[in-house]
Write a protein that binds this ligand. Structure first.
Ligand code: GLU
Length: 303
């Protein structure tokens, strides 16, 4: 098999202990399969990415011995590919322009008796669907993917750690955004187009992204792209029980001892403690341990 895996950090800040878990797992999985490991800088949300952070992230990975096999791709340079994908979805009737503000969406949901809880998803009520009257003379703000129609809104998929997964995307999310009202490309479209263009066969990433997978599978099908396999890794939680994230101020990875940082990430993945003096030695010794863990059908790592 021509295994191609990737780590796809958003350079909104330096990597933290949680991001290293996903980076390490994706690297180990690629090496254990004799495959290639790529890094993609996911800076589609450009205003949230301070200049120079991509170099900081690549430097942190290098300090841990995690070197990409190909020159990293940068999403902010990939607009033409995303535009082409959107145009092909529009041409096949699977994407349409939307004029709704958040308030419009809440009002339409309320009119149907849907009470939205704070912070819950806003399943798009389909106001701007062509058969509901389209934009109705209002200016287009965003572009949305149509979840039903030729595609079925319910998606089932297999995760190598979490097992069988299913989501009814039509009910949970509705027609989701491909291009945002602020003109930026949505994560869902960018990640699917780039995984396709990169020939990614295995996606290994943090569990906080698992609930995006069904949407991404719908997009892969709509764009005629091959479906990668998925493995979502355990999250690192802070003292408050919340997952570490840049948004809640997680500290940058402590690289005063890179082997120690790698050992901590490995413990989260359920790997045994392995000693070594350098990151390169440690990584070499850890690949067989990862390969051994892969022989069980669902990984034995703690959830
Ligand atoms: N850029 C995303 C993040 O930093 C990861 C995307 C992915 O792995 O699919 O959370």
């Amino acid at each position: 098999m021509n295994y191609r895996g990737r780590f796809a950090p958003s350079p909104t800040g330096p990597l933290h202990a949680g991001s290293l878990v996903a980076a390490l797992a994706s690297w180990l999985d690629a090496r254990a399969h004799g495959g290639r490991w790529l890094v993609r800088i996911e800076d589609v949300d450009h205003p949230r990415c301070p200049p120079g952070t991509d170099a900081v992230v690549l430097g942190q990975l290098a300090a841990c011995g995690l070197m990409p096999d190909e020159t990293p791709w940068v999403q902010s340079a990939r607009g033409d590919a995303y535009r082409q994908a959107l145009e092909s979805l529009v041409a096949s009737g699977q994407a349409y322009p939307c004029a709704c503000t958040r308030q419009d969406i809440d009002a339409a949901l309320a009119a149907r008796g849907v009470v939205r809880e704070r912070f819950s998803e806003r399943p798009y009520p389909g106001t701007c669907r062509p058969e509901s009257g389209g934009l109705g003379g209002r200016p287009a703000r965003a572009w949305r993917f149509r979840v039903d129609g030729s595609t079925d809104g319910r998606v089932e998929w297999w995760d190598r750690r979490l097992g069988n997964q299913a989501q009814d995307v039509a009910a949970a999310v509705g027609d989701f955004v491909l291009k945002r009202a602020d003109g930026l490309w949505a994560y869902q479209l960018a990640v699917v187009v780039d995984d396709g263009a990169h020939g990614i066969t295995h996606v290994v990433r943090g569990e906080d992204l698992a609930d995006n997978t069904a949407r991404q599978i719908l997009l892969q099908r709509a764009l005629g792209l091959p479906l990668p396999s998925y493995l979502h890794t355990p999250l690192v939680r802070g003292a408050d029980g919340h997952k570490l994230s840049k948004q809640n101020g997680a500290a940058a990875l402590d690289l005063s001892g890179p082997v120690r940082a790698l050992q901590a990430a490995a413990a989260v993945l359920g790997l045994p403690e392995i000693a070594a003096h350098t990151p390169a030695d440690w990584l070499e010794r850890t690949v067989p341990a990862w390969a051994g863990m892969m022989r069980v059908p669902i990984l034995g790592v703690s959830r």
